[in-house]
Design a protein around this ligand. Structure first.
Ligand code: KG4
Ligand code: ZN
Length: 339
């Protein structure tokens, strides 16, 4: 009988300290997340040094809790998978150093996982029969891209943002509207109460023939709209601004994602990264993809934003395919190319 494989995942690339135990890449036995959102909210965004200090404070407690919830000990673990980038360098150093020490002390193999691969793998957990190849719309705080995922380790970049990421743009618009950090979920909440009655930038994506995105024009248009209204002492409707901004921000994602599936003849589109939590993005994608017979997958809310289960899931495929093998010399990377 085939032996079950248990991977311990460790994630500390931004403001969530997370440790998970995942069985055979798809079954989550534990996924403990110590979120620092309440701390960083006081500053309106993530403060890297504070994030690192809190990872140091939390990581061992999170490991113990994760093993206990999974009903496992380090002895039962086959390999340790850690996010080595991309992310905040100080924050990554905490997770990577911790994983290296655990690997050294226990003699268990160490796997260096790309955070983006982790976001993609969140979909493997959510959809047990999902396998590459597929098209991936990657929408996180750091990235906005279309990736043609060929197998569990290879992907081709079809297009990406030429300036800001969509998540960054949500956060910036939220801040201008006086909403708290993290901005994406707050903008989504406001948008539900408003009407998309303002045009900021007229469908710029329809003019472009490539699969790249652009968000700086939209961001500047929203900021100018708010500043001009304030200078003229005119009232603004935050729900209407959010609904209008969200519609324009998501339209280019959906339009390009479906076009990419058609061009590359892919019938499976997955959404990965923090912005995949957005309900309107999900329903817009499903609606636009349906006429082409394209099936859309996305993770449940808990797996959309940063967590260690997704790192352990990707770690399983790295382990069984002999990829991403690391050792005590592993150093974190604040940036990693998308392909
Ligand atoms: O993937 P993630 O957790 O971190 C990175 O790897 O970057 O993504 C965080 C981003 C933030 O910009 C956050 O505002 C955005 O995801 N986000 C959302 C929603 N939930 C999180 N954006 C739009 N709508 C949401 N519901
Ligand atoms: Zn992330």
């Amino acid at each position: 009988m085939k032996k079950d494989i248990y991977i311990l995942g460790i994630e500390s690339s931004c403001d969530e300290t997370s440790v998970a135990v995942v069985k055979n890449g798809r079954e989550v036995l534990s996924n403990v997340i110590a979120s620092q959102i309440d701390i960083h909210r006081l500053y309106g965004g993530v403060v890297p040094e504070i994030a690192s200090r809190n990872h140091v404070k939390n990581i061992d407690v999170v490991l113990q809790e994760s093993l206990q919830q999974a009903g496992k000990t380090l002895e039962d673990i086959d390999a340790i998978a850690v996010t080595y980038g991309a992310g905040l360098l100080g924050a990554l150093i905490v997770g990577v150093s911790f994983a290296k020490s655990l690997s050294y002390a226990t003699g268990k193999p160490l796997l260096a996982i790309n955070h983006i691969q982790g976001h993609i793998a969140a979909n493997y957990i959510a959809h047990p029969t999902l396998k590459p190849p597929f098209m991936c719309l990657l929408v996180s705080g750091g990235h906005t891209a279309l990736l043609h995922v060929k197998d569990y380790h290879t992907r081709e970049k079809i297009g990406s943002t030429t300036d800001d990421s969509v998540g960054e743009c949500f956060d910036k618009v939220a801040r201008e509207c006086g909403l708290c950090y993290p901005g994406g979920p707050e903008v989504e909440k406001q948008a539900k109460m408003g009407t998309a009655c303002i045009t900021f930038v007229k469908k710029p994506h329809e003019k472009r023939k490539d699969f790249n995105f652009s968000y700086s024009g939209l961001k500047t248009a929203v900021i100018n709209y708010i500043h001009n209204a304030k200078q003229r002492n005119e009232a603004i409707s935050v729900p209407d601004i959010c609904a209008s901004f969200q519609k324009e921000a998501l339209e280019q994602l959906v339009f390009k994602a479906v076009q990419a599936c058609v061009k590359y003849n892919e019938k499976t589109l997955i959404i990965a990264g923090g912005v995949s939590a957005n309900q309107t993005l999900r329903s817009m994608c499903e609606k636009a993809a349906k006429p082409y017979g394209i099936h859309v997958y996305y993770p449940p809310l808990k797996l959309c934003t940063d967590n260690a289960a997704m790192i352990a899931s990707q770690g399983y495929y790295s382990f069984i395919h002999g990829k991403d093998i690391a050792d005590i010399t592993l150093t974190p990377s604040s940036t990693i190319p998308l392909e």
